[in-house]
Design a protein around this ligand. Sequence first.
Ligand SMILES: Nc1ncnc2c1ncn2[C@@H]1O[C@H](COP(=O)(O)OP(=O)(O)OP(=O)(O)O)[C@@H](O)[C@H]1O
Ligand SMILES: [Mg+2]
Length: 173
Amino acid sequence: MSPRKPNEQPVLELKNIHKSFGDRQILKGVSFNVYAGEMLGLIGPSGCGKSTILKIICGLLEPDEGEVIKRSDEIGLVFQGSALLNSLTVRENLAIALQRRKLGKAEENRIISERLKMVGLEGYEDYSPTKLSGGQQKRTSFARPSSMIPRSFFTTNRPPVLIRLCRQLLKIT
Ligand SMILES: Nc1ncnc2c1ncn2[C@@H]1O[C@H](COP(=O)(O)OP(=O)(O)OP(=O)(O)O)[C@@H](O)[C@H]1O
Ligand SMILES: [Mg+2]
C-alpha cells in the first residue's frame, strides 16, 4: 500500500449512519473513511449489521439518518453469497453486469475473457455456475462488478484467498 498523500480525500466517507428494520435498530451512528489502496475490515458478530453497511454504501438500502460520500464511480460490491444465476452461463452472468455500458458483443466478450483470466478462470465462459467449485463461484463474483476494473471492492467475505485476490486486482488498476 502506497503512503497516503498529504490532504488526500477519502474515496468513501460514512458519516453518522443510522438504520433500523422495524423497531430493531441495527446501525447507531456508524462513521468511517476509506482511502484509495486501503484495506479495511468490518469485524463484528453475525447479524450486527456489516452487510447492511455495504448495502447502504452501494445504494441498495437507504440509511434512516447520516450521509455516504463517494468520490469514485469505480466501486464494486461482491455479495456475501456469490449471487450467481445458475440458469445462466458464467459469461451470461458477467454480461448482465456489463449491460448498462451498452458495449458491442465482441467488446463485451473480450472484457469477460480478460476478467476471467484475472481471477484465474480462463476458459470457463460457457460453464454453468453449478459446475464450478465454491471458490470458483466466488472468483466469478469478483469478476462481475460493472465498472471496468473497480478500484474499491466491498465484500463481507474473509478467506485469505479472497484478500489476496483483492490485492492482486487492485494492483492491476
Ligand atoms: N431487509 C431487511 N429487513 C429486515 N431485517 C433485516 C434486513 N436486512 C437485514 N436485517 C437484519 O439486520 C441485522 C443485520 O444484518 P446484516 O446482514 O447486516 O448482518 P451481518 O453483520 O452482515 O451478519 P453476518 O456476519 O451473519 O453476515 C440482522 O438482524 C438482520 O436480520
Ligand atoms: Mg453479512
